[in-house]
Design a protein around this ligand. Structure first.
Ligand code: G6P
Length: 616
């Protein structure tokens, strides 16, 4: 959601913080701000809009201090205004705070503080929290050997209900930052004579690759030369320093116009990375190192439950189809946000999976916790190493596709599809999928990167189609079986980044409602590869054509469609069913991307969206 960066060291804090915020802008871009300790006071610069606006504003403030905090905001409490932008400063001017999350009991805190004479310049829960820290800080006595700021933050957080990742700066403690988390990710960057804290590795990887993942309920004190971690109830924590495996170039877009474009074209390599070392020596099945469940335990499983949000849910839906088809085992799939409140009955011997690129999506995390509370083992498919979901799951599979920065997920999605397909193979081979069928599927999966390379060759052709269709206001995406979720994903991509209204539907179901929308003004994208129900999809196309609906058909190379049926044809290479959803994703990603570019949209930062949604 919001992006957080804090720095304490010898360099100009504002410069490094703003550089970090630019890398975090995908987390939220309603407003941005920075606060720096200098010359005995806290200087704050903040501005609505992008980090570029903040950069100009910061230049006016001449920020030279070497301790500071910065934030990009995705609005929750209070509109998008300069006043609501972070950092917030307490009304006594002593404490500055940045915050990611939601403080649920801020109203009662505010009433209490108003009674004590504190005043508020914004509508945010964060400003209330900031003033409560200031209140405790003013009351807290200075005790030798103890840190008054740390103690005041602890006291405040014991009263806070909700979620937070915070960083605090105090006017009379230059060279110190206090940071704490509950429900919002925070990572400490351990540098040489400097320390950092951020909501995401991307913001600190240019300074250090040594990181400590802060856990819920932990609080840390940072100075330029030291850091210490403890809990809210004052127990010391021995930190574990991890090494980040990717470098700054992974988080830069290089020669590409957008991160989304880069990430679309990275997919062949991303898939290679996601499958590396994950096939058995005999080449007949998949293997995963981190499941933490023995094959014997796995054989006891009688059904699977998958939960996720957004694009990751679409990957779960494809996985549902493939496990049922290839492993012949029942699978249920649910929106994480619904599952957590639905109290749905779960069968015994169910293995629970969550999928999440970021590993921080609050609804997915809540679904994981709910399933664990009910006594189920929960495994995670997740991209960001060390994320909260990765840590709280009983085991799982990392996607290994490097940082995904574009808000619209692409390479993370296809790697989730790949891992889902490998799971179907793995489970199938434990059941009645033969050695020969397994070998064939392994070979098909190993061929996925080249098939995707081939599908990407259609990019110039798809770009030309996009130019012709970019002016439309409505579009349908239609597919069947394992490509129905790809139709949903195509529609989601298009609406996310181009703001065209789009709906995904099972192709045959279209005649039970969406067909009412069909006219020459509403094109339909048909996912129509060769396969057992190809002729049925052709019938659905005829029904659209009879009502003058333009058709963009995605078909297998070499397919001859009846004359005049499709207005545009995009081909994908012929492939095995197990990899078809991966290959068919490429044209819908490219189509959405080029349409959004044609419409002049800000592809990497679509309005109102955030890459990782850490609030309900
Ligand atoms: C947000 C993003 C989507 C993403 C979803 C789930 O809505 O904009 O692109 O699919 O969150 O994110 P996750 O990190 O859990 O996969």
């Amino acid at each position: 959601m919001c992006g957080i960066v804090g720095y304490v060291g010898k360099q100009k804090a504002a410069t490094l913080i703003i550089e970090g915020l630019k890398r975090l802008e995908y987390r939220g871009y309603d407003s941005a701000g920075v606060a720096v300790w200098q010359n005995g006071h806290i200087e704050v610069a903040k501005k609505t809009g992008r980090v570029a606006n903040l950069e100009k504003e910061a230049a006016r403030h001449k920020l030279t201090g070497t301790t500071g905090i910065g934030h990009t905001r995705w609005a929750t409490h209070g509109g998008v205004t300069d006043a609501n932008a972070h950092p917030h400063v307490s009304s006594d001017g002593r404490i500055a705070l940045i915050h990611n999350g939601v403080i649920e009991n801020y109203a009662s805190m505010k009433k209490f503080l108003a009674g004590k004479g504190y005043t508020f310049a914004s509508e945010t829960d964060t400003e209330v929290l900031c003033n409560l820290i200031a209140y405790h800080y003013a009351k807290e006595p200075e005790v030798a050997g103890e840190n008054r700021l740390l103690d005041s933050v602890r006291k405040t957080l014991r009263h806070a209900h909700g979620t937070y990742g915070i960083v605090v700066l105090a006017v009379d403690r230059p060279g110190e930052l206090v940071t704490a988390r509950k429900g919002s990710p925070l990572i400490l960057g351990i540098g040489d004579g400097e320390n950092l804290v951020a909501s995401d590795v991307a913001a600190i990887v240019s300074r250090t690759q040594s990181v400590v993942y802060l856990k819920d309920g932990e609080i840390a004190l940072l100075t330029a030369g030291s850091f210490s971690i403890s809990t809210l109830d004052e127990t010391d924590v021995t930190p574990v320093i991890d090494k980040v495996t990717w470098s700054i170039s992974d988080a830069e877009k290089g020669d590409y116009a957008h991160f989304m474009e880069k990430e679309i074209f990275e997919q062949p390599v991303a898939l290679e990375n996601a499958m590396r070392g994950r096939f058995s020596e005999d080449g007949s099945t998949a293997q995963f190192g981190g499941l933490n469940i023995t094959p014997a335990e796995f054989r006891q499983i009688e059904r699977f439950m998958f939960c996720a949000c957004g694009t990751a849910l679409h990957a779960c839906m494809v996985t549902e189809h493939q496990i049922e088809r290839f492993a012949r085992m029942p699978v249920e799939c649910d929106y994480a946000s619904e599952f957590r409140y639905r109290n749905s009955p779960l069968f015994p011997n169910t293995l629970f999976f969550v999928m999440s690129q970021s590993g921080e999506t609050i609804d997915t995390l809540a679904a994981l916790r709910e399933a664990k509370r009910k006594g189920y083992k929960v495994l995670a498919v997740n991209n960001v190493v060390g994320s909260t979901i990765a840590r709280e799951a009983d085991g799982g599979i990392y996607q290994h596709v490097g940082p995904e920065v574009g808000v619209a997920s692409t390479k993370a999605f296809t790697s989730q599809l790949l891992i889902g397909a490998m799971l179907a193979l793995y489970i199938g081979r434990m059941r009645d999928l033969s050695f020969g069928a397994g070998v064939r599927m392994v070979n098909a999966l190993k061929g996925a990167p080249d098939l995707v390379r081939k599908a990407l060759e259609q990019a110039p052709h798809i770009r030309a189609i996009a130019k012709r269709y970019a002016h439309h206001t409505d579009m349908l995406f239609l597919g069947r079986l394992s490509l129905y979720p790809i139709a949903l994903e195509g529609a989601l991509k298009l609406k996310e980044i181009s703001y065209i209204h789009a709906e995904g539907y099972p192709a045959a179901e279209m005649k039970h409602g969406p067909i009412a929308l069909v006219s020459e003004k509403c094109p339909s994208v048909f996912l129509a590869p060769q396969g057992e129900i190809f002729s049925k999809i052709l019938s659905s196309m005829q029904e659209i054509k009879a009502r003058k609906g333009p058709i963009i058909a995605v078909v297998t190379e070499g397919t001859e469609l009846p004359a005049g049926l499709a207005d545009e044809i995009i081909t994908i290479p012929a492939c095995e069913e197990i990899v078809l959803p991966i290959v068919a994703s490429i044209p819908v990603q490219l189509l959405s991307y080029y349409i959004a570019v044609e419409r002049g949209c800000d592809v990497d930062k679509p309005r109102n969206l955030a890459k990782s949604v850490t609030v309900e």
